[in-house]
Design a protein around this ligand. Structure first.
Ligand SMILES: *Cc1c(COP(=O)(O)O)cnc(C)c1O
Length: 386
């Protein structure tokens, strides 16, 4: 079965009792047993729920994974995966990391005796150099947020494996439509389904998948033992969203490419970040590793911080908001929003300057999207020279 078909059908057979074509919202915490311990495979909804089972089967199929587990958020999924490590273990992590993941590692897991080394993962040799005898995990994002840097998942997973470490990839930005980390050699793939997978900015959720039964058993154990599970209604919303993931991703990319073509070489634009640009440092890797370049675009306008602020307040189609991956276009000023907790020197050093803007290009009309960016560039033109 191809991707678009799997998204609509896997895990979603007609409900056996009523024939309901759409997976129902099994809004129940418990299940009636025939006699003690005799039930239909469902005993308690933290442990197992039919709506969640359907979502897990569907998302696992999209990542070509044997096993999948649904979570209440991307952070809950990440936490479950990190439970594969024990006190004293070390992880090598990409330095251009989702802020919440950094906070989880730095403020929570570090207190339990895990140690972390952050490296620029655009060069696999940096990963290799950071490995220690105690390294058990390599944690990657590709493309990263907000600079859209890529990591060579296959090369890095091979290095990790040769040293006895697992490789986990947060695939939120690419989505399984554009990239399948397990097929590239990674051991675990993680998603914030809050973003493209759900796609409508109406549900928070997470997901983790793998092919190894022993790894799955640990993640599943943590899902039940810690209990960061999604409710049946959120599973339903995510499953409804995922049905259109293929068509949405095509449109996100179609619009992003048109916007990039408009911004590329524009006199108001100082820097432009998009993996689909031949000038992107990992453009060749993007072509090899991904099936497209996605809907995220970052750029710096001439006029720096002041103009970036003004621009972000002037857009009308693009809402100024955190998050990404919904059908609606969003604009974010990372330095004061998503990345505000990182010290300015560190931000500047990593390229997340005060003039940087990040766009999640939605699936509204292409003309309206480009028109909105154009009017906001024009409206802030006087700030170009300071
Ligand atoms: C949003 C996000 C997360 C966290 O997911 P939540 O669902 O908000 O917990 C993790 N990684 C990336 C890349 C994200 O964009």
């Amino acid at each position: 079965m191809d991707f678009a078909t799997k998204a609509i059908h896997v895990g979603q057979e007609a409900e056996p009792v009523t024939g309901a074509t759409i997976v129902p919202i099994f809004q129940t915490s418990t299940y009636t047993q025939a006699s003690p311990g005799v039930h239909k495979g469902f005993d308690y909804s933290r442990t197992i729920n039919p709506t969640r089972v359907a979502l897990e089967a569907c998302l696992a199929s999209l990542e070509n994974a044997r096993f999948g587990s649904g979570f209440a958020s991307g952070m809950a999924a990440t936490s479950a995966v990190m439970n594969l490590l024990s006190s004293g273990d070390h992880a090598v992590v990409t330095d251009d990391l989702y802020g919440g993941t950094f906070r989880l590692f730095d403020k929570v897991f570090a207190r339990y005796g895990l140690t972390f080394t952050y490296v620029d993962a655009t060069d696999p040799r940096n990963i290799e150099r950071a490995m220690k005898p105690s390294t058990r995990m390599v944690w990657l994002e590709s493309p990263t947020n907000p600079l859209l840097k890529l990591a060579d998942i296959g090369a890095i997973a091979a290095i990790a494996r040769s040293r006895g470490a697992l490789t986990a990839v947060d695939n939120t930005f690419a989505t399984p439509y554009l990239q399948n980390p397990l097929d590239l050699g990674a051991d675990i793939v993680v998603h914030s389904t809050t973003k493209y997978v759900g796609g409508h900015s109406d549900a928070v959720g997470g997901f983790a998948a793998c092919n190894d039964k022993a790894i799955h058993d640990v993640i599943k154990f943590h899902q039940n033992a810690v209990g960061g599970v999604p409710g049946p209604f959120d599973c339903f919303l995510t499953l409804r969203g995922v049905k259109t993931l293929a068509i949405r991703m095509r449109e996100h990319e179609h619009n992003a490419r048109a916007l990039v073509a408009f911004l590329d070489g524009h006199e108001g634009v100082e820097r432009l970040y998009y993996p689909g640009l031949p000038s992107h440092p990992q453009h060749d890797l993007a072509k090899r590793q991904m099936r497209g370049f996605g809907g995220m675009v970052s750029f710096v306008l001439r006029g720096g911080s002041q103009r970036a602020h003004a621009f972000a307040s002037k857009t009308k189609v693009f809402s100024l908001a955190e998050s990404l991956g919904g059908v609606e276009s969003l604009i974010c000023h990372p330095a004061s929003m998503t990345h505000g907790s990182i010290p300015k020197e560190v931000r500047d050093e990593r390229g997340v300057t005060d003039g940087l803007l990040r766009l999640s290009v939605g699936i509204e009309s292409q003309a309206d999207i480009i028109g909105d960016v154009e009017q906001a560039i024009n409206a802030t033109r006087t700030l170009a020279v300071i």
